[in-house]
Design a protein around this ligand. Sequence first.
Ligand code: FAD
Ligand code: GLY
Length: 373
Amino acid sequence: MERYDVVIVGGGVIGSAIAYFLAKLGRKALILERERMASQASGAAAGMLGAQIEMGLDTGPLFQLARFSRSLFPELSTELRELSGVDIGLTQKGTLRTVYRDTEVAHFQDMIKRQHEAGEKAEWLTAGELAAREPNLREGAYGAVYIPQDGHVVAPELTKAFALSAVRLGAEIREFVEVSSLMLKDYQVQGVLTSAGPISCNHVILCAGAWSGRLAAQLGFNLGVYPVKGECFSVVSARPLLTSTVFSDDCYIVPKPGLRTIIGATVKPGSFNRQVTLAGIDQLLQSAKQVLPSIVDAEWEKAWAGIRPQTADGLPYLGAHPDWQGLTFATGHYRNGILLSPATGMMIADVVNGVATTGVDIHPFAPNRTVQV
Ligand code: FAD
Ligand code: GLY
């Protein structure tokens, strides 16, 4: 039987980041992906690194993990380009949260206060300052929150860069191989059963995104990961529509390299179905028009959908199985798997290696935590 040190189940951004950080520690991993690499959520993401904008008023463990992860991107971008030749498209031009209702002003100014208390940058732009910065936005805003450090990357390129860099350092990847179950004996993981036969290993890392719960259930372990579908579309314009990413009430708009703009995303819990609906696109277009009227003149590019892996308390599951030696979970990153991928890769590589190097507390993300909802 084939034998590996570590088998990673799932070739999304999380599995690829873990393979990369393991490879940097000299640990050889095999990624098993049942479709193509990044063919699910990781290829569908808008790529925002929204450590502050996505957390709202929350400055708890997820926020701590998110801002640590965001801080890793500048160096990572250079490192991955040198190893893989792939440019992840890191763009650091900030994120705006527009405020068009006077009743919301106090809430967003409170958010700025909390961000300052947490040691992060955030500022209130007046309507005039907003118009000067983003002249294409609809007039009539009361102002906006500007978060200079929430940038973005090109999501599918990030997975590709992690995966190719990991391979460069000794990892292996097999696409179109599905893991059907785990081989377990005496509370120790022995390997995995796959559509290409059994593979033995010392460690299995489960990062199968929204599908992770199915393999965990086999161990009688209720991981509580559930799917939340998101639809997006993109357009191409003759001139840039925006400089910064814009969040509004019901959509976000992300200016990408090459005059592309991504408009996202719907939030449909409980669905593994990746069909893009006209209702979903209509909802996004109506919302985008409210904030960026000139979007209607841009050229249609494409639409797509992905399945986010959500958990009941909104925190990912990161860490070792409490009973089974050699089994580790890294899943449930919901809306922020792109952002959280470097920190997750480092922390899970540390779990496998039995050391802790990041300074971020992994315990709030324990797979057997008591979930408060
Ligand atoms: P996935 O990318 O889903 O990868 C899991 C992989 O496991 C899949 O490729 C699947 O085929 C494979 N798999 C499953 N079961 C098996 C099996 N039995 N055997 C082998 N392989 C298996 N995050 C951000 O940080 N910023 C954003 O701007 C952002 N925007 C988003 C927009 C949309 C529309 C969506 C849907 C998500 C967005 N996200 C964003 C969230 C982000 O995409 C996810 O959190 C992240 O991609 C999860 O990565 P993953 O590797 O856990 O899952
Ligand atoms: N983080 C954006 C999304 O999940 O749609």
